[in-house]
Each structure stands twice: as structure tokens, then as C-alpha cells.
Design a protein around this ligand. Structure first.
Ligand code: GTP
Ligand code: MG
Length: 198
């Protein structure tokens, strides 16, 4: 690789939605049915080579979803380039918590410091956002535990769509399964592909 890029990511979301499981899948390609709840926060780093020329060094903070740790989370999202807000596709309560995290980021990072979605992008084949700006934080929404839907649509699919429409600061939405390894690679590939290489 000709160049090394450090890139910071934070995972936010209610306890038990699968934040740590998504990272275990990314790091070890494994899954644990009885994963213990994160205490405080955890950190992993993952090196990804892009286009044979760039070494992307992802520095990922896995926050604790339990309420008693919420006062710590600003320490982890404050310097992040991307925030992944995760909910569980079978628990409406966990989805409602996503709104709390968006509001928290808008308040403490500042609305002007968060990337706005480029909807025009959906109409062409070019995957790269042309208004992509690495000085801005990007917010990605993830519905995890897709395997538990057994091929059915999520019960609150309409609410998810409304929510994305309302929040133009969500640049992308993924449905994942840490358990069955669905869309995990794609999620992190989307992030690394959209890191500005200028
Ligand atoms: P906190 O650390 O408390 O914030 O929770 P977390 O968001 O890190 O959740 P964690 O990864 O610990 O997962 C919680 C439980 O959900 C564990 O029992 C996992 O095995 C399970 N789980 C995580 N991802 C999936 C998934 O994609 N499908 C299914 N079926 N279960 C999952
Ligand atoms: Mg955890």
C-alpha cells in the first residue's frame, strides 16, 4: 500500500441489539449465541486494503448499550468519522432508541458537522457520493438480526422508511445478521469505499 488512512467508527444502540456481535463477525468471522453485555466500551482495530494502494486502518469503538454507561458515550462518538446506529429488527423499542441517538449526535456533534444524504446518488450507478466530505461525520442506520425475520418483512418496516425519509442525516441503511453473516462485509465495504482518497 502507498498510503495509510486512519478512520474512526463508533457503534451506538440499545443493549443486546448485536453491536459486539457485528464486530466479532467482522474481526473473527465467528458468532457467539451467549455473548456477554459490554461493560463501559470495547475497542477493535481492523486493517482493510482498498484498491491495492490504500491501507485503511479502522479504529472501532463498541459502546455499551446499557443505560448506566450512557454518560461515557460522548467520549467515543466525539472524534468519530462514522457513527453506526444499530437496532434489532424484531424489537420496536430498540428502533425507537435510534431516534435518541440521532438527536444526541445532532446536539453534541452539531448539525452542521454531519453529512447530509445525497438522494440523487440513488439514480446513478456511481457508488461514490459526490458531496462526500470527510470532515463531516457520517451516520449509518443498521437493522440487525435479519435472520430472525425468517424471510418476512419487519413489522415496523413503514416506521423505518418514514424515519429514514425524515432524517436526511442517515446516509445509508443496512439490514444485517451477525449470526448468519449477512451484509456485514457490505456495511464495512461501504464505509471504506466512501472514505475520501484525495
Ligand atoms: P451491549 O453490549 O449490552 O450493548 O449489547 P450488544 O449490542 O453488544 O449485543 P451483543 O452483540 O452482545 O448481542 C446480544 C445478543 O444477541 C447475543 O445473545 C447475541 O448472540 C445475539 N445476536 C447478535 N446478533 C444477532 C443476529 O444477527 N441474529 C441473532 N439471531 N442473534 C444475534
Ligand atoms: Mg456489546
Amino acid at each position: 500500500p502507498k498510503r495509510t488512512v486512519d478512520y474512526k467508527i463508533v457503534l451506538l444502540g440499545e443493549s443486546s441489539v448485536g453491536k459486539s456481535s457485528i464486530l466479532t463477525r467482522l474481526q473473527n468471522n465467528s458468532f457467539d449465541d451467549n455473548k456477554s453485555s459490554t461493560i463501559g466500551a470495547a475497542f477493535i482495530s481492523k486493517k482493510i486494503i482498498r484498491n491495492e494502494t490504500d491501507l485503511i486502518n479502522l479504529q472501532i469503538w463498541d459502546t455499551a448499550g446499557q443505560e448506566r454507561f450512557h454518560n461515557l458515550t460522548p467520549l467515543y462518538y466525539r472524534n468519530s468519522n462514522t457513527a453506526i446506529i444499530i437496532f434489532d429488527l424484531i424489537h420496536l423499542d430498540s428502533f425507537k432508541k435510534a431516534e435518541y441517538w440521532i438527536n444526541e449526535l445532532e446536539t453534541y456533534i452539531g448539525e452542521e458537522s454531519i453529512q447530509i444524504r445525497n438522494d440523487i446518488d440513488n439514480n446513478n450507478n456511481n457508488n461514490n457520493n459526490n458531496n462526500n466530505d470527510d470532515s463531516l461525520m457520517k451516520i449509518i442506520l443498521v437493522g440487525n438480526k435479519l435472520d430472525l425475520l425468517n424471510g418476512k418483512t419487519c413489522n415496523f418496516e413503514n416506521q423505518i422508511n418514514e424515519f429514514i425519509k425524515k432524517h436526511s442525516k442517515i446516509v445509508k441503511y443496512f439490514q444485517t445478521s451477525a449470526k448468519e453473516n449477512i451484509q456485514i462485509i457490505e456495511l464495512f465495504k461501504y464505509i471504506t469505499d466512501n472514505i475520501d482518497d484525495s
